[in-house]
Design a protein around this ligand. Structure first.
Ligand code: HEC
Length: 442
C-alpha cells in the first residue's frame, strides 16, 4: 500500500480514442515494425560504410564497397523517418500520459533529437556527394560521416530510453533527467539487441541488393566479385543474428518481472525457434558457398520476418503487462476526479443575474413562438383558427389539449388538417398547454 502511495498516478485525459483500442494497437505494432526496419537499415548501412571506408584507406576495393553501400543510406533514412510518423502518433494516442511523462522527464535529451536529426541529414548528403571531391583526403571524408553515424547511434538510444522509462511509473520519482533514466533496468541490453538486429537486417538487405541479377557496381572493383560481396554480407547477418543468442537472453533476464507472463514467454520462444531455423539455414548456405537468391534463401527471409513479428508482439505484451496495474490506478483516479468535478458543478449556485434571466423565460411561450405561431395568431385566422377560439375549447382540459397537439384530429371542414407534434416531450407539452390556456389572447 505504502509503495502504491509513492507512485505518481496522474489523471488520464478523458477523451475517447478516435478508433477502437485494438485497431490502434494493431497499427502501432505493424507501423512500428515497418519503421524500425528502415531505421535498422539506415543505421546498419551507415556503420558498414564507415567501417569499409576505414578499411578502404589500405585497400581501395573496400572504399568502392563503402561507396556502393552508402548509396542506399539516404533512401532508407527517408523511408524510416516518414514511416515513423504513424507509430509516433499511435503511441501518443494510446499511452498519452506515459509517453508525455517520459518525454518531459528526459526533456533536453528528448528535444535534442531535432538538432541531431538535422545534423545527420545534412552531413549525410554532404558525405554522399563529396566522394570524388575528397578523393585525396579520405580521412576528412570519413570524419564527415562519423557525425551522422554518431547521431544515428544516439537518436535510437534516446528514443529507447524514453520508451523504457514509460514502462516504469513506480520509478519516476527517482528520475531527474536523461542520465538518471539510464539507470533503469534494461536500457543497455535493449540497445545492444537493437544494434545487433540492425547489423543482421542490413546484412540480409545488402545480400539481396548485391545479389540481384541486374546489379552492376557504379564503380569498378579490382578484385572483389559479386559472390564475395554476398559472402561478406551473409557472414555479417550470421554473426549478428548469432550474437542475439547472447543479447536476447540478457534482455529477457534483465526485464523486471512485473511484465513477464507466460504468453510473453511463449511468444518469445516462438520468435527464437524461427531465428534458430534461419541461423541453421544461413549456416548451411555459408558452408555450401551457394549465394543464389533462391527459394531456400527466401525461407531464411520468411523465418526472420516471423521472428520479427513475434518479437514485436512480445514487446507489446510486455508493455501492456507492465502498465496494467498503473493503468487501473489511473482509471480509478480519473473516475474519482470526474465524479467530484460533476458534483461540484451541480452544486454550483448560479449568479443572480443568470437566475433572474432564467426566471423571465417562459418555456411555453418559447415553444409557441417556434412551433405554433406560423399558423396561429391571437385573434385572426391564419392557416389555423385564431387562438381566442382554439384555446377556449380546452379551457378546462389541459390533458386533452396536449393530446391534440401531439396528434391532432380532423375537425373543421373549411380548414386543412393541423400537423402533429409527436416529437415534443411530455414536459414541453405541459409547458405549452399551460401557456396556451393561461395567456390572455385578446
Ligand atoms: C401548419 C399549421 C399549424 C401549426 C404549425 C399548428 N396548427 Fe393548430 N391548427 C391548425 C389547423 C389547420 C387547425 C384546424 C384543424 C381542424 O379543425 O381540423 C388547427 C387547430 C388547432 C386547435 C383547435 C383544436 C380543436 O379541438 O378544435 C388548437 C388548440 C391548436 N390548433 C393548437 C396548436 C398549437 C398549440 C400548435 C403548436 C404546437 C399548433 N396548433 C400548431 C394548423 C396548425
Amino acid at each position: 500500500m505504502n509503495m502504491i502511495m509513492q507512485i505518481p498516478v496522474p489523471k488520464d485525459i478523458s477523451l475517447p480514442l478516435p478508433l477502437p483500442g485494438g485497431v490502434l494497437m494493431g497499427i502501432l505494432i505493424f507501423s512500428f515494425l515497418l519503421h524500425i526496419l528502415f531505421i535498422n537499415l539506415m543505421l546498419g548501412s551507415t556503420i558498414l560504410t564507415f567501417w569499409f571506408q576505414l578499411k578502404g584507406l589500405k585497400d581501395s576495393d573496400y572504399d568502392v564497397l563503402a561507396r556502393e553501400i552508402a548509396a542506399t543510406i539516404t533512401v532508407n533514412k527517408s523511408m524510416g523517418v516518414v514511416l515513423g510518423v504513424a507509430p509516433l502518433l499511435s503511441i501518443n494516442v494510446l499511452y498519452t500520459i506515459y509517453f508525455y511523462s517520459a518525454n518531459a522527464m528526459t526533456g533536453y535529451a528528448w528535444i535534442s533529437i531535432v538538432p541531431w536529426v538535422a545534423l545527420a541529414f545534412l552531413l549525410l548528403y554532404l558525405h554522399k556527394y563529396t566522394w570524388d571531391r575528397f578523393a585525396g583526403n579520405r580521412s576528412f571524408h570519413i570524419a564527415i560521416l562519423s557525425l551522422p553515424m554518431l547521431s544515428f547511434l544516439v537518436i535510437p538510444f534516446i528514443f529507447l530510453t524514453n520508451i523504457n522509462l514509460m514502462l516504469f511509473p513506480e520509478r519516476w520519482n527517482e528520475v531527474h533527467g536523461f542520465l538518471s533514466a539510464l539507470a533503469l533496468p534494461n536500457v543497455f541490453p535493449r540497445y545492444f539487441h537493437f544494434l545487433a538486429a540492425s547489423l543482421a537486417l542490413t546484412g540480409l538487405f545488402l545480400f539481396i541488393y548485391f545479389g540481384r541479377k541486374t546489379y552492376t557496381p557504379a564503380h569498378a572493383f579490382n578484385r572483389l566479385q559479386q559472390a564475395d560481396l554476398q559472402q561478406m554480407m551473409l557472414n555479417l547477418t550470421l554473426g549478428a543474428t548469432g550474437s542475439q543468442l547472447i543479447f536476447g537472453p540478457l534482455l529477457f533476464l534483465t526485464l523486471p518481472s512485473k511484465g513477464v507472463s507466460w504468453s510473453l514467454f511463449f511468444v518469445i520462444v516462438g520468435g527464437v525457434v524461427f531465428a534458430l531455423a534461419a541461423l541453421v539455414l544461413m549456416w548451411r548456405m555459408q558452408v555450401s558457398g551457394n549465394m543464389a537468391i533462391n527459394r531456400r534463401f527466401m525461407l531464411i527471409v520468411a523465418s526472420l520476418t516471423v521472428t520479427v513479428g513475434f518479437m514485436g508482439t512480445g514487446r507489446h505484451i510486455y508493455r501492456e503487462n507492465a502498465l496494467r496495474t498503473h493503468k487501473e490506478l489511473m482509471a480509478a483516479r480519473t473516475k474519482t476526479h470526474q465524479e467530484a468535478a460533476k458534483k461540484a458543478h451541480e452544486n454550483l449556485p448560479l449568479p443572480k443575474e443568470t437566475q433572474e434571466l432564467l426566471s423571465t423565460i417562459n418555456p411555453g411561450q418559447e415553444l409557441f413562438q417556434s412551433h405554433c405561431a406560423v399558423c396561429h395568431a391571437a385573434a385572426t385566422r391564419l392557416v389555423g383558427p385564431p387562438m381566442t377560439e382554439a384555446s377556449a375549447i380546452y379551457a378546462a382540459n389541459p390533458e386533452a389539449l396536449k393530446k391534440w397537439i401531439k396528434a391532432p384530429g380532423r375537425k373543421r371542414p373549411d380548414y386543412p388538417q393541423m400537423t402533429g407534434f409527436p416529437q415534443l416531450t411530455d414536459q414541453q407539452l405541459t409547458d405549452l398547454s399551460a401557456y396556451v390556456l393561461g395567456n390572455k389572447w385578446n
